[in-house]
Ligand binder design. Structure first.
Ligand SMILES: Cc1ncc(COP(=O)(O)OP(=O)(O)O)c(N)n1
Ligand code: 3NM
Ligand code: MG
Length: 229
């Protein structure tokens, strides 16, 4: 079913981000884990978070089962709570429920946002991958997502990607909807500016932080500088 832009009345979502004057908040950093980690990663993350503000952390581990992810997650989730960073689980509604995560990120093949809402309740943040599709984003909004994610904006070695939106999809979205949008894919401190300018509410980044020559904390500090202009 086609959705008309004018039909949508979306909740602001992603937890009270709009102030009393309805001003759109500044762009924030949404950190994504490396695809594989060891138990020592919690210390790496702690040091990284010292580099600057991070709004959310997504545990995105590939190639291991939910039980193994749950074991690795425990200290990381505690660290995130201590640092006031939203802890988001990738891919699995069931794991997000089991861990009591702050949110879940769902790709187009990972489950349905409506079902996630029923299972996880009203206060858990639900994000949905929308690639380069305005239609998918409006569908996700209608289904009750708390944010929509567009990408991949730049070449990335973290994941094989097929879709390459133009930054204008971010300005289109933010002009029409309050629901926050996330930009993802190959984002670095050096190429972030057009996405921030186009209105991204969050920059989701992985490789540019974990593989940074100067280390993760310096990379996060550099993102903060890029975001603030
Ligand atoms: C914030 C954010 N945006 C997009 C994705 C990608 O999700 P998906 O398409 O399900 O791909 P995988 O991450 O599961 O490989 C994401 N994880 N986070
Ligand atoms: C997990 C993911 N999803 C993408 C999408 O386009 O939906 S791009 C991507 C990889 C993000 O990592 P990096 O910052 O290292 O490119
Ligand atoms: Mg997924």
């Amino acid at each position: 079913m086609e959705i008309e832009e004018s039909e949508l009345k979306l909740d602001p979502g992603f937890a009270d981000r709009f102030d009393s004057e309805d001003r759109r908040p500044d762009c924030q950093l949404y950190l994504i884990s490396p695809p594989a980690i060891t138990p020592a990663f919690v210390d790496t993350l702690a040091a990284a978070l010292d580099g600057g503000p991070v709004a959310a952390f997504q545990l995105r581990l590939k190639g291991i089962d939910d039980h193994a992810i749950a074991k690795l997650a425990e200290p990381i989730q505690k660290l995130c709570a201590d640092r006031d960073v939203a802890f988001i689980v990738n891919d699995s509604i069931g794991l997000a429920k089991r861990l009591g995560a702050d949110g879940v990120h769902l790709g187009q093949e990972d489950g349905d946002a409506r079902e996630a809402r029923q299972i996880l309740g009203p206060s858990v943040q639900i994000g949905v991958t929308c690639h380069d599709s305005r239609h998918l984003a409006m569908e996700a909004g209608e289904a009750g997502a708390d944010y929509v994610a567009f990408g991949a904006f730049y070449p990335t070695t973290t994941k094989q990607v097929e879709h390459h939106p133009d930054p204008s999809i971010l300005s289109w979205w933010t002009t029409l909807f309050e629901l926050p949008c996330v930009a993802i894919g190959g984002i670095t401190p050096d190429n972030a500016a057009p996405l921030v300018k186009a209105g991204a509410d969050f920059l989701a980044v992985s490789g540019a932080v974990w593989n940074a020559e100067g280390g993760p904390a310096a990379a996060i500090a550099a993102f903060e500088k890029a975001i603030r202009g």
